[in-house]
Write a protein that binds this ligand. Structure first.
Ligand SMILES: Nc1ncnc2c1ncn2[C@@H]1O[C@H](COP(=O)(O)OP(=O)(O)OP(=O)(O)O)[C@@H](O)[C@H]1O
Length: 253
């Protein structure tokens, strides 16, 4: 295995009854780079992310993290290993402050302990992790603001901060630009440009301009099948990809 591969799938499959939502997926995700995943609706992109973060168990196949097979470990252990997942639909507690939201996320990494004497130090650590994450996404000034009171775009930034607060090495992001206007999307694109210098990022995103701008490697999936993986240029020039997107009104490749 190449040294900078952080996460890898081997023959990964997910079947729902007779439906092959994901079939024989062999992918390698590298450190300090962004791997885009695109494909028409129902291609299996979210299913893939759900398995990479431990939310779904594969029907068959393997997931390797730093060379260890992890497909059978429990969901919370994925977070403890540094595999962080952001969600397509917002996952925040609206009545909690941005800091509190990030502390809850950080706790998923550190784990809960009922040792009362350890509490003070643990809280300090959680707050440090949460503060660092908020600063990283540019939400330091919103630290003590209730999440319901920040803009939609800021809520999506908060989602990313909540993943960062789990101190991950892998970021799995599902449509972080969904529903955003141009200016808000730009902020997220710039954020991901800086984050990908430090993390292994797997990005599922329908905004093709954003994916093309950000991806070091790009995978196209269709109907649960792998179609092609390559650089943006390689993918854009691939005849099979053009065919797969024919008739897809909202996405032009
Ligand atoms: N829990 C489930 N039970 C049964 N079928 C499911 C389940 N989750 C997903 N599927 C099916 O698996 C296939 C892949 O779905 P998935 O959500 O992974 O696609 P996607 O590429 O993320 O699509 P979109 O771009 O629309 O979000 C679809 O046919 C979907 O209906």
């Amino acid at each position: 295995m190449s040294q900078d591969i952080v996460l890898q799938t081997e023959g990964l499959c997910k079947y729902w009854g007779g439906l092959k939502a994901l079939d024989n997926m062999n992918l390698a995700f590298h450190d300090k780079s962004l791997h885009g995943i695109v494909g028409p609706n129902g291609a299996g992109k979210s299913t893939l992310l759900n398995m990479l973060c431990g939310a779904y168990k594969p029907t068959s196949g393997r997931i390797l993290h730093q060379g260890d097979a992890i497909e059978d470990i429990r969901g919370y252990e994925f977070v403890r290993r540094g595999i962080g997942r952001g969600f397509q639909k917002t996952n925040i507690y609206p009545q909690a402050t941005c800091l509190e939201n990030c502390c809850v996320a950080a706790q998923r990494r550190t784990g809960g302990s009922f040792n009362i004497f350890a509490m003070r130090n643990r809280d300090k650590l959680l707050i440090e992790m949460a503060d660092e994450a908020l600063l990283r996404v540019g939400l330091g000034h919103r630290r003590d603001t209730v999440a319901a009171q920040i803009s939609y775009g800021e809520q999506r930034q908060l989602e990313i901060a909540m993943v960062l607060a789990t101190a991950p090495s892998v970021l799995l992001l599902d449509e972080p630009m969904a529903g955003m206007g141009h200016e808000e999307s730009r902020l997220i694109i710039e954020l991901l440009q800086t984050l990908k210098t430090d993390y292994c990022i797997v990005l599922v995103e329908h905004d093709m301009d954003a994916v093309f701008e950000l991806s070091d490697q790009l995978t196209v999936m269709v109907n649960g099948q792998h179609l092609v993986t390559g650089t943006v240029e390689e993918v854009r020039n691939d005849v099979r990809v053009k065919e797969a997107y024919l008739g897809q009104g909202d996405e032009v490749i």
